[in-house]
Design a protein around this ligand. Sequence first.
Ligand SMILES: Cc1cc2nc3c(=O)[nH]c(=O)nc-3n(C[C@H](O)[C@H](O)[C@H](O)COP(=O)(O)OP(=O)(O)OC[C@H]3O[C@@H](n4cnc5c(N)ncnc54)[C@H](O)[C@@H]3O)c2cc1C
Length: 502
Amino acid sequence: MGKSIIIIGAGIAGLSAGCYGQMNGYRTQIFELHDKPGGLCTAWKKGGYTFDGCIHSVGGLNPKFKLYHYWNELIDMKKLKFFYQDTLANVEDENGRIATIFTDPDKLREELISIAPEDAKFIDSFIKAVKKLANFDLMPSKPLELWNPLDYYVSQFRVAPVLNHLMKWRKSVADMTKKFKSPLLKYIMNSEFFSHFPAYFLIFSLGHLHNMNAGYPIGGSLAFSSLLEKRYLDLGGQIHYKAKVAKVNVNNNRAIGITLENDETHDENGIVVSAADGHYTVFEMLGGRYINREIRKLYDDHPIWPSAVIVYLGVSRTFDKEPPVIELALKKALVVDEHSRLNRLPVTIYNFDPTLAPEGKTCIRVILQPADYRYWHDLRNSDRQKYKQDKARIANEVIRVLEQRLGNIEDSLEITDVVTPATFKRYTNNWQGSIQGWEWLPRLIPESMRKELPGLRNFYMVGQWVEPGGGVPTAFISGRNLIQIICKRDKKKFVTKIPAKY
Ligand SMILES: Cc1cc2nc3c(=O)[nH]c(=O)nc-3n(C[C@H](O)[C@H](O)[C@H](O)COP(=O)(O)OP(=O)(O)OC[C@H]3O[C@@H](n4cnc5c(N)ncnc54)[C@H](O)[C@@H]3O)c2cc1C
């Protein structure tokens, strides 16, 4: 029997590490606090509707890119159906003017030039970058931890054709738009979601949506993560649900196993991998004993992807003429909590996934971000009544705005659900209810994040807390990479069916 690996967390990273561990002859077990797989990549049912908790779009759907072949090792990609968006969003300003952010660069150019001919020079160079980066495969062929000097040398040539674009567009979208002549163009490009990220993130997103390398899996996020769970179980892996890990057991600075919250101990003397929240892992499960200045500074200073309040509505009508995503301007700011106010409302109308609602009915999701973790966590603990009232207040406000824009919302409303930062913490244990780990900011990417902790042997971390920017594909690759690293250390050939060119 192979060496044992205990994995903490059945999110995408934990399931990926589990699958590749099994495929490579390790004996793995996953301990998960919730009763379902997927972690943040989830969904739930309420009153006949399935409310999706995660994926707008997931990357790696086009066989021209390495990621597709990696997914395909675990999931039969040809059997899945995806919805490929031809628009990123329809952005509406407060005067009701609409701009469509097409994913097709030529259509986008036409749209933006018609709105802001005075910014044509910028628009043309932006579109040129979208076309160029759309075909660039970012994914290295092996984990950076296993790179040798030759890999670094070769990578310069790989990146060279797009380097000028990566350098030019590394500032944030907000900075990029500062010099625009047209205030309307500035408004359109500065969506709530993309505004403070490096501009190349927006450029890559548009390009990869257009070339069908990114899309939404029909059936939703839980259906998608359940495919990884199934593959893991088929490979002989074991998942223990409702099993919260309280402590990583250490002997002589070597991880040997775990203790659950109910005091059950599993000391297998193999490897321990945390695919769970980073802060909880480092400071609770390991009591903060294995850190250095870099790690301390990371957790003290580096911004994390904020939490959110999300309003879900189940309505007994369809929206055949509406686009999937509308970003609405609010005449009056929506107060989310003491520290968060929003002027724009991103609305997803799930008219593209008939599996989520009964025929003739539709799910709507509105993400209100940022939301203040401390406020919602403390309120839930101290005053459950007020917590519920606050959730209802926000839902009512969202319903009012949607009634004005879409009509016939109140009368067709069947179900409402509201999740808060406290919900994210309870169901996934993510630090401060963060929905994607570390923020991926210009010049703030903590390159030195490592999967190991100083002074501790036999222990690794994977997932969004060791891969800045987070995301479903990143978590998946993080688990895959780790097993490659472990195989290398154990002097085993990593089992993969992927041709060498990938
Ligand atoms: C609203 C929303 C929209 C998103 N949209 C996208 C998108 O469009 N595209 C995209 O790529 N990404 C998206 N993401 C981000 C993406 O979901 C995450 O970055 C990714 O799923 C993180 O995976 P992970 O495995 O690293 O972590 P997690 O999903 O957090 O998994 C960690 C797992 O560990 C478990 N756990 C934690 N502590 C313990 C413990 N002590 N004991 C046992 N188990 C424990 C948790 O319950 C969880 O199952 C979105 C997220 C949200 C919330």
